[in-house]
Design a protein around this ligand. Sequence first.
Ligand code: 8OZ
Length: 362
Amino acid sequence: MTSLFDPIKIGDISLANRIVMAPLTRNRAVGGIPTATMAEHYRQRASAGLIVTEASHVSAMAQGYLDTPGIFLAEHVEAWRRITDGVHAAGGKIVIQLWHVGRISHSSLLPNGIAPVSATSTPAKTMTFTRDGFVPVSPPRALRDDELPGLVAEYRHAARCAMQAGFDGVEVHSANTYLLEQFLRDSINDRSGPYGGSIPNRARLLQEVMQAVTEEVGAARTGIRISPMTTFGNSSELDSNPQALYGYVVEQLAPMGLAYVHVIEGETGGPRQPEGAPEFDYAALRKRFPGAWLVNNSYTRITGMEAVASGKADLVAFGRPFISNPDLVRRLKDNAPFNELRTDKLYGGDGEGYTDYPALAG
Ligand code: 8OZ
């Protein structure tokens, strides 16, 4: 029987175990440049089979929250290089999550204070975090079709930067109602033309992004994250037929030879079967994909071990447990207690609640 603690090769990336550190936004990259404190944070967690970095914006227009890291300038590459070197020296593997927020942004975070861009000009019903604290997101401008090749080129450039920075690969963020999902879902995408309407049309931008990124990185070093049922409380933002939409997405990805699909089951950071939400058949999705299957959302030691032992998943990503336990792999193995999570130190700040969680002695 396969164990959570067994090694695995996903695409071209060999991992010491099947425990993945989920991408976790922490807003400590002041001015977008990864810091030495971030390097220490990731190095401390290098016993994870794989680290997926916090979401990192692929261009200036891709940013939606204060002090998230970028991956498109020479300064970003240089700073991330110190992080990948540290993780590799400690025996770990690390991929970077490539992110465009689309309409989940605020003009004060964007060049010359311009409007965020999206598939639509309808604002999201949500808040973002800026220099002035939490504020409603700004109304977006709908991208013209002739701007989309430029957008794809931003992902391509960021993917190239990621490889220059020494990452083992990249994960394309196509989850949590950010830009790529703003195109995918018929509840958000109100376009006509080649990028609106039918499922193949709504999935076209994602396909083009995946094509460009895999050309730069290699498909065997590229993963993708999806969240078919996530709404962040705005249930009207669910696609009208998630099973058909994400089934199509995964089927289109299958022949590319990707390293993995990373699926958030249920409501991101919330219940796996939200009350009143339609059920989603994740097993049916997995059947369409030949590569490694990575699951996430509130897994525990027991349910994580079961997921791998039963063959339901190849790998399990843990988010919050990795924040408070740098040695999470050892604690899972030894069934040791977890440190308590300091929820007041999640977003922004320094090493407090970030690099000061103790590892077990000995
Ligand atoms: C928490 C706060 C801000 C952004 C996501 C990148 O949900 C995020 C995120 C999480 O994918």
